[in-house]
Design a protein around this ligand. Structure first.
Ligand code: GDP
Length: 458
């Protein structure tokens, strides 16, 4: 495998930039471009886990580019499992790019996205689920997400899935004995224990799948639509929520996000906010387009915050919005805004639409805590145990869902008295999906896909 290098720190001004080199020739390249100060000896003699202070030079002209620190990791005791050299130089886009260029001119190939982590996976340092968690740690935006990623990183997911797999392999072994003698019926005791084993394997998977939904909610945020007729204070409310702890989720290279979104963090939740026009019948063509769009947004969201002006009576348009949200069955928070102007609306009268009716004054910045509390009630994390195993992405979830479907198919084959062959085949399929999940038999395409989402340098 070639020796690769990349800048592992963000290409921006900062304290330090790290240029990472990995591969057979890592030390050779480092020795060419880095001259340790006299007391540190030669690069080629450096032991693993040691550093040297010295100069980065350009061998083309022998000139010093920067001074910095070289850290050496010897195979297999490195992140990638290969020889690794890391040059820490002064943080700056120009210096980092220059040192990178010099490394490229002296025996390295440019590293692909996630190439260091991919090599760690290919060298058996990490399972595929652990490798995926590396990316999740980098993009984690909250404590829960970070914990979930860290647990996967520590190999908990891999171990849990492996224990299900081991159990299924054991079942297959037992079944093989019976399948060889098809004329013999499976004794009842055996059948019960087989059923029990299948059921408990399915239970483990469905438990992890359930936690995934909570995990995703915390990780990806809640698609939230702020709806209401003009002038009720939607924009003011949006600004209030964003101002609370403004966080702009940008298109960060190497994360799965590919759109720029504006989102507000409320405690552990991230609300991905968009506001819409009101929902009302209209003959005006342009207005109708706006209303159709609002309907679509509401249909696709996870939470509607319907805003009303509490200082004046409700209008037909307000009622239409309430009825529409009810008809599509969306989670609803009713925000009775402008409470500072006095209130003519009765909170109780909204109870048939939702239990979450709050009075706010967006203009005076009052209501954020109430909205946060309503979210916590609606998107209950009760039962969600961040210390339990969770999948960190759709790929893992899909593999587990497929495995669960096959296990359920095996169970119904067993319960309806089909041949043990049929049961065996289904368990086999389930095993394949689980092996794909952990990466043990993931195709090259799957592996390439996983690492293509990483940033360069990781
Ligand atoms: P939108 O059309 O629904 O987005 O409404 P805006 O956010 O633009 O607000 C319309 C008007 O209502 C503006 O003049 C706001 O300053 C005012 N407004 C918004 N929220 C409040 C509030 O809580 N109290 C008072 N008194 N005025 C508010």
């Amino acid at each position: 495998m070639s020796t690769v290098c990349a800048v592992s720190t963000p290409l921006a001004e900062g304290g330090i930039s790290v240029i990472r080199i990995s591969g057979e020739k890592a030390l050779e390249v480092a020795a060419r471009v880095f001259i340790p100060f006299a007391s540190f000896g030669s690069v080629l003699n450096m032991k693993g886990y040691t550093c040297a202070h010295g100069r980065v030079i350009d061998p083309a002209d022998g000139k010093t580019v920067d001074d910095g620190v070289l850290t050496i990791f010897r195979a297999p005791r490195s992140y990638t499992g290969e020889d690794v050299a890391e040059i820490s130089c002064h943080g700056g886009v120009f210096i980092a790019k220059k040192v990178l260029r010099i490394c490229l001119e002296n025996g390295c190939q440019p590293a692909d996205r996630g190439e260091f982590t991919k090599r760690a996976f290919l060298n058996g340092k990490l399972s595929l689920t652990q490798a995926e968690s590396v990316m999740d740690m980098i993009s984690a935006q909250g404590e829960y997400t970070l914990r979930a990623a860290r647990l996967a990183g520590e190999g908990k997911l891999f171990r849990d899935i492996t224990s299900v797999k081991d159990r299924l392999i054991k079942i297959l072994g037992e079944l093989a004995a019976w399948v060889d003698y098809p004329e013999e019926d499976l004794p009842e005791v055996e059948e019960n224990s087989l059923r029990h084993s299948l059921e408990s394997s399915a239970q483990v998977l469905s438990g992890i799948l359930k936690d995934y939904d909570c995990g995703m909610l915390l990780k990806s945020g809640i698609d939230t639509v702020i709806a209401g007729r003009p002038n009720v204070g939607k924009s003011t409310l949006m600004n209030m929520l964003l101002g609370y702890d403004r966080s702009i989720v940008t298109d960060i290279a190497g994360t799965t996000r590919d759109v720029i979104e504006e989102s507000a963090r409320l405690g552990e939740f991230i609300l991905k906010l968009s506001d819409t026009a009101g929902i009302h019948e209209t003959d005006d063509k342009v207005e109708k387009l706006g209303v159709d769009l609002a309907r679509k947004k509401i249909e696709g969201c996870a939470l509607v915050i319907a805003v009303f002006d509490t200082s004046v009576p409700l209008t037909d348009e307000d009622y239409e919005l309430l009825e529409y949200v009810k008809s599509v069955g969306k989670n609803l928070v009713i925000a009775l805004n402008k409470s500072d102007l006095g209130t003519v609306l009765d909170k109780e009268s909204f109870k048939k639409y939702t239990a979450h009716v709050i009075e706010i004054s967006a203009k005076q910045g009052e209501g954020t805590e109430e909205i946060k509390a309503a979210c916590a009630e609606i998107f209950s994390l009760a039962g969600y145990d961040a210390d339990s195993t969770v999948f960190v992405n759709e790929r893992q979830k899909n593999c587990a869902s497929q495995a669960l479907n096959k296990l359920n198919a095996a169970l119904s084959a067993l319960n309806s008295g089909e041949t043990l062959d049929a049961v065996t085949v289904m368990i086999d399929y389930a095993l394949q999906s689980l092996a794909e999940l952990t990466g043990e038999c993931a195709s090259e395409q799957v592996v390439a896909e996983v690492f293509s989402k990483f940033c360069v340098g990781k």
